[in-house]
Each structure stands twice: as structure tokens, then as C-alpha cells.
Design a protein around this ligand. Structure first.
Ligand code: FE2
Length: 369
């Protein structure tokens, strides 16, 4: 593995929104990470152990991402994505459907950075507004009404900004590092909606041009789906994006609703997937694995977005503290507008992609005349 993506790999990243780098992490680093997960008395599931963060900090991933994206804070924390082997269950998932009814190994494709309060396991009653009020009151901070101080059980604020115009946290890149054999579908691997980053960026631009409210609770993106079986499912993907990826190949839930078919990313230990923030993704059910699925997930933000703020490597809402604390920004630095700009201009923070993007824009322009 060299310290750069090839031109073909950059083209894949442009087209698909992600690229798999084979053998990005050498065996000794994979082994050390597995030791940390498997062999300690209490497995380190908090992701602070250097043997886990070294998967990025001491591997070829750091120079590769420096080249294709730019500088980022070396991660101090990561998400330890362990999924035990499991059978379909009757629980309501975050979308408000029975887990067993959700196609594609119960994939819940979502744009990252949205507040998730655990969805109710009983079918809800009352008006849509009553269900909404009850839902947003059931997070860790209690009943604050509709407020940017509401946070989810995933620690993400309901809105990033005081004026409640930004319903998503944002960063620049994901890195998924694979630690076990995920070369066969159904082993709990991450799934991605290939190519949908272009649509997501276009949708953000449409929201910006409509009323500059981006993400959840902006135009075209209600927070809750009251038609879901529990009457209180999260809308993890705006319908306008979903609809673009529904076709004859799409599978349905029992209510007849079709869901876009994601791509399961097939990797082996030491492989890594570098993906855009903009790409909808999901973990999946580990139905056919012989062991728990083990992926270590990093969220990186180009340092240029906020040079004075440290990003820890795991947060999907770095314009606020990990638990939603308000951060200080110097006057003239509007973090919400900077993040909206990055959401609407998805290659802005990928400095090593500018030539590839320019080439593709030229090709597309020529194709339309
Ligand atoms: Fe996610």
C-alpha cells in the first residue's frame, strides 16, 4: 500500500462516494487491535485504546487521507463497531419497523449526524404532534420542548445551532477499518447506498435555496414517519433521495414500501473503506457470520473547517461538544454557516480530489451539449 490513492481509486471515490483500500492496515496493527477487543478482562468498547486509534494513526490510512482530503486531528477515540451473530428480531428499529421485516439484513440507511432517541417499542397513540412531543421529551436531557438543547441517546443535538436551522452534524470523511472476515454478505458489515452522495449534496443545496434550513426538519425532511408500524419511526433519509434509488430491484417491507438496495462492503482484515460524510450507510444484521463483526469506525473532519477546534475522531457533530455542550467561536466565525457550506459543496474539503472533480465536471458538461 502506497501513501496515495491511484487515479482509478479517486475516480471510484468520486463515482461511488467510497473506496475500499485493500491491505491499508498491516497485520501487526490488526492483531494488536484484536488483542485489545478480545483479550482484555473488559473488552475496550470505548475506543480510546491506542491499539485501536493506531489503525489510523500508525497505518498508511493517515498519509492516504492527508493526500486525498487534507490534514485532520489524529483520532483519540473511535467507534468500536461490534455486531454479535444474531437472528431477526421483533424489535422496532429506528425507522419504526420490525427489525425482521426490514430488507437487506435490516439495513437502516441514514445520513450521519442526526439525533436518535430510542424509538418507542409500543405502537404510539394520539395525534402526530402528541407523538412528536412525547418522542423529543424522552431523550437523556428530558422534556425541553423543541430545543437545540435536546440531545439523543447517541449524544447528537436535535439541532446544531441556536436558531434551529441545522438539523444534522457534519464532518468530512469516514474510515471503516475491517478486523474480521467480512468478505461474504450477511456478516454484519457496513452497507452503503452507492453513488447517493451526489443526490444528498443536491438535496442539501435545494434545502439551502428554499429557506437555508438544512438536514432534519428542513424542507422535505420531517423528523418522524407516523406511517411506520410503531407510528414513531425516524426519517433517516429524505424521501427525495430515497425515491431516486428505488427501482424494480428494490425490496419492500410488509406495508408495501420499497427501500433502496444498499451495497454491502466486502472486506477482509486490514482492509479499509474511506467514504464521504455525505453517503447514506448502515450497519446490518450479522445473520450468517461465525463470529462477531468487528469494524472500527472513524469520523474525520478536514482541519480547515475549524482550525482551532480539536476533533476527537468519533463525533459526528463536532460543532458542539460530545454531549451537546456549546463551544466558543471567535467573532466572525459562524460554525453553522461553514458546515452548511461544506454540506452543500461536498468536495470543498477534499483537496486531493479537485483534479478528479474538475475532470468529471468537464466530461459531464461535454455530455450535455
Ligand atoms: Fe451512521
Amino acid at each position: 500500500m502506497h501513501g496515495k490513492l491511484t487515479a482509478e481509486q479517486k475516480q471510484s471515490l468520486y463515482d461511488d462516494g467510497y473506496v475500499i483500500v485493500k491491505g491499508a492496515v498491516e497485520d501487526r496493527l490488526v492483531d494488536a487491535a484484536l488483542d485489545c477487543i478480545n483479550n482484555t478482562e473488559r473488552p475496550n468498547i470505548l475506543g480510546t485504546d491506542p491499539s485501536l486509534t493506531n489503525l489510523v494513526n500508525a497505518s498508511s490510512i493517515t498519509p492516504v487521507v492527508h493526500d486525498v482530503m487534507g490534514y485532520f486531528d489524529p483520532p483519540k477515540v473511535c467507534q468500536v463497531g461490534i455486531r454479535p451473530v444474531g437472528k431477526p428480531s421483533d424489535r422496532f428499529n429506528n425507522l419504526g419497523y420490525r427489525e425482521r421485516d426490514m430488507p437487506y439484513f435490516a439495513s437502516e440507511s441514514h445520513v450521519d449526524g442526526s439525533m436518535t432517541i430510542a424509538v418507542p417499542q409500543e405502537v404510539q397513540t394520539g395525534t402526530d404532534d402528541e407523538i412528536y412531543r412525547r418522542y423529543i421529551a424522552s431523550g437523556p436531557n428530558g422534556d425541553l420542548g423543541r430545543s437545540p438543547d435536546v440531545i439523543g441517546h447517541n449524544m447528537v443535538p436535535m439541532f446544531q445551532d441556536p436558531d434551529m436551522t441545522l438539523g444534522l452534524g457534519s464532518f468530512t470523511a469516514f474510515v471503516f477499518v475491517c478486523l474480521n472476515d467480512q468478505s461474504v454478505e450477511g456478516r454484519g458489515q457496513t452497507s452503503l447506498l452507492r453513488g447517493s452522495h451526489h443526490e444528498v449534496e443536491g438535496f442539501f443545496r435545494w434545502q439551502r435555496d428554499t429557506n437555508n434550513r438544512l438536514g432534519v426538519e428542513g424542507p422535505g425532511w420531517p423528523r418522524l414517519n407516523h406511517d411506520a408500524p410503531n407510528r414513531c419511526g425516524l426519517v433517516y433519509l429524505p424521501e427525495a433521495v430515497r425515491d431516486k434509488f428505488v427501482d424494480g430491484d428494490s425490496e419492500s417491507t410488509p406495508d408495501g414500501k420499497k427501500w433502496p438496495r444498499p451495497t454491502q462492503i466486502l472486506m477482509e482484515p486490514g482492509d479499509a473503506c474511506i467514504a464521504m460524510y455525505h453517503i447514506p450507510h448502515s450497519g446490518t444484521r450479522n445473520e450468517f457470520g461465525t463470529e462477531s463483526r468487528k469494524s472500527i469506525i472513524f469520523r474525520l473532519r478536514n482541519k480547515k473547517r475549524q482550525p482551532d477546534k480539536m476533533v476527537n475522531g468519533v463525533t459526528d457533530h463536532p460543532d458542539r461538544g460530545q454531549r451537546g455542550e456549546w463551544l466558543e467561536f471567535e467573532s466572525g466565525n459562524n460554525p453553522w454557516e461553514r458546515s452548511k457550506y461544506a454540506m452543500c459543496n461536498m468536495w470543498h474539503e477534499w483537496h486531493g480530489m479537485h483534479d478528479t472533480v474538475a475532470k468529471n465536471k468537464t466530461v459531464n458538461a461535454n455530455a450535455t451539449v
